[in-house]
Design a protein around this ligand. Structure first.
Ligand SMILES: Cc1cc2nc3c(=O)[nH]c(=O)nc-3n(C[C@H](O)[C@H](O)[C@H](O)COP(=O)(O)OP(=O)(O)OC[C@H]3O[C@@H](n4cnc5c(N)ncnc54)[C@H](O)[C@@H]3O)c2cc1C
Length: 362
């Protein structure tokens, strides 16, 4: 069932007391809902179905070695094994397929880079993420790779649309889903609890993505949103792996996805001519075969100044909690940190200082 066809459930018909209310059902809200269900907690999710949702624009790339300098991503040794287990278990729970393990090939730009990675590929630190280093071009002849490249393990993509629709369907069946905008002005504080339109809960958890920018309870957080655009393209030949250098080209069912760029100035959710040109320019330096653009989308990533997730209780409001700051890597961050937040909520387990919202309070 698509997000738009979800039937709005009337709040009046629902049980009126929950452990938690979750606001937002992007990657953050979806992963947290699965974690809380696993801990047998009761909760209700409010999500504005037609609202801005970065998770529905995302390429869904799972990439342990990122950026122009090709560095191992932050906490990769914890995040990557965890995300595979998490999404596979979610596939069983939800009865659908959304995790695709696909190798990523990163062509080298220079002979120095090739030498450097030949050395690094034997280091223990990189071993789980490297399949092999090649020193000559691939015989498929699809991309510019005269110096060979780095083939990665532990990589692939999450079909975020299928994942979010599957979570929404499950929540709807369980009567835990309200497809409407949550009005922040209607929160009533009653002792240690909160009441929203007659629904009582211990805590409200804001998984509101870029909605956090204008959420008055999150005003201490230094949000630094980043716009990105993606293209759907058709190719005459099928790709067997994801290619990534400057941009990624990813084979999906019946089409290929290309992304992305980074814009801190224009924060609209509208695709632009400039954005498309920037992506296509990089695509042309990577891909050797002709392509045809069939769709163009834009979205804004919920990033913060230090580019780390943000978890924990809002300043002066213990009943209000945030799970945000997933930035450019929501697919790999959301599983691990939703568990950390669920452990804090349910068992009082301490949050890592690096991700605790308290770093913004002074
Ligand atoms: C172009 C682009 C490409 C990307 N590519 C990748 C990628 O390849 N790999 C990767 O890991 N990450 C990628 N990302 C980043 C990823 O999309 C984000 O990290 C992630 O989606 C953030 O999830 P979220 O749940 O915090 O926010 P969102 O997905 O934005 O979800 C927030 C939800 O909250 C709802 N909401 C907000 N306020 C309210 C309210 N008051 N009431 C009810 N509902 C509300 C919104 O409607 C939305 O559904 C990309 C992002 C973009 C824009």
């Amino acid at each position: 069932m698509s997000q738009n066809s979800l039937i709005t459930t009337n709040t009046q018909n629902l049980e009126q007391e929950y452990d938690y209310i979750i606001v937002g059902q992007g990657l953050a809200g979806s992963c947290l809902a699965l974690q809380l269900a696993n801990k047998e907690k009761s909760f209700l999710v409010f999500n504005e179905g037609g609202g801005h949702c970065a998770s529905r624009v995302a390429g869904g790339l799972i990439n342990p070695i990122t950026g122009r300098k090709m560095v191992l991503t932050w906490r990769a040794h914890e995040l990557f094994p965890y995300l595979h287990t998490f999404y596979k278990k979610a596939e069983q729970t939800l009865g659908s397929k959304f995790l695709f393990e696909v190798p990523i090939y990163r062509p080298f730009l220079t002979i120095e880079e090739q030498n450097e990675w030949q050395g690094k590929s034997t280091e223990k630190h990189y071993l789980p993420f490297i399949n092999r280093v090649t020193t000559t071009a691939e015989k498929e002849n699809m991309v510019e790779d005269s110096f060979g490249g780095l083939l990665l393990n532990n990589s692939g993509y999450l079909d975020t649309g299928v994942f979010l629709d599957s979570v929404a369907d499950w929540l709807t069946k369980e009567k835990r889903y309200i497809n409407e905008r949550f009005d922040l002005n209607l929160i009533n504080f009653r002792g240690r609890e909160v009441v929203y339109k007659g629904v009582k809960a211990e805590r409200i958890i804001f998984c509101d993505g870029t909605g956090g920018n204008t959420n008055p309870y999150l005003k201490e957080i230094k949000f630094r949103p980043v716009k990105g655009e993606v293209l759907k393209i058709e190719l005459e030949q099928d790709l067997k792996k994801i290619y990534n250098r400057g941009v990624f080209v990813m084979p999906r069912e019946g089409y290929n996805m290309v992304g992305s760029n980074y814009n801190h100035e224009d924060l609209s959710w509208t695709p632009t001519k400039e954005g498309r040109e920037e992506i296509e320019e990089k695509l042309k330096t990577l891909l050797k075969i002709p392509y045809n653009v069939v769709e163009h989308k834009a979205g804004v990533r919920p990033s913060v100044s230090d580019r780390r997730p943000v978890l924990g209780p809002c300043k002066d409001y213990e009943q209000l909690v945030v799970f945000n700051g997933l930035g450019t890597k929501g697919v790999s961050l959301a599983p691990f940190f939703s568990e950390q937040l669920a452990n804090w909520l349910c068992n009082g387990q301490e949050l890592d200082k690096e991700v605790s919202v308290e770093r913004f309070f002074s």
